[in-house]
Design a protein around this ligand. Sequence first.
Ligand code: 6GU
Length: 224
Amino acid sequence: MRIDIISVLPELMESPFKTSILKRAVDKGLAEVYFHHLRDFGLGKHRQVDDAPYGGSAGMVMMVEPLDRCISELKEQRTYDEVIYLTPDGETLTQKIANSLSTKSNLIFLCGHYKGIDQRVRELHITKEISIGDYVLTGGELAACVLADSVIRLLPGVLNDEQSALTDSFQDNLLSPPIYTRPAEYKGLKVPEILLSGNLQKIQDWLHEESVKITQEKRPDLLE
Ligand code: 6GU
């Protein structure tokens, strides 16, 4: 998978892809992540990328021309499955969306800034708009990292068996059951007997029951 990320602040997104599992995915060639500095497509000697909105409301708007030039240049080089705009008014990211994007080959992520993008960028290029939740960030960069992480970890070969995505919270709309490691007793708190029993079928059944119980308690909306 190849992800091209367009931003006015690409330096905000460097370390997540240089650390741990995402780094390994990139090193193994399972994910290619490229940053594009929007300012390189800015207008005039000040490399302008934003301007005041027509109609006189507050804030600045990301201009159509730099974004169109940047995205068009990428599209000349390959076909993209989706051009995704990270914005708080997009569709809220879910595991289902991450699963679906993990089957794609080429994605563009456009990080929103200021008051947003000129509407004509949407009409020309954007195929999907994603938010990572109902709160406001200073820009789309951290959201782009969250989205990339949720997608890249699903690519075949990125996680090993122990880290398998199949038993994650949300993979089957259930939260994870409680887990324990040694010691079997700590400050009088004991690991449930069943987990020490060695009976794999019973353990599986218990873990599933616990998952359902915890989901009912914490996130009943997931069971609806
Ligand atoms: Cl994608 N961008 C911004 N600026 N804030 C957000 C968001 C995105 N998702 C949730 N809050």
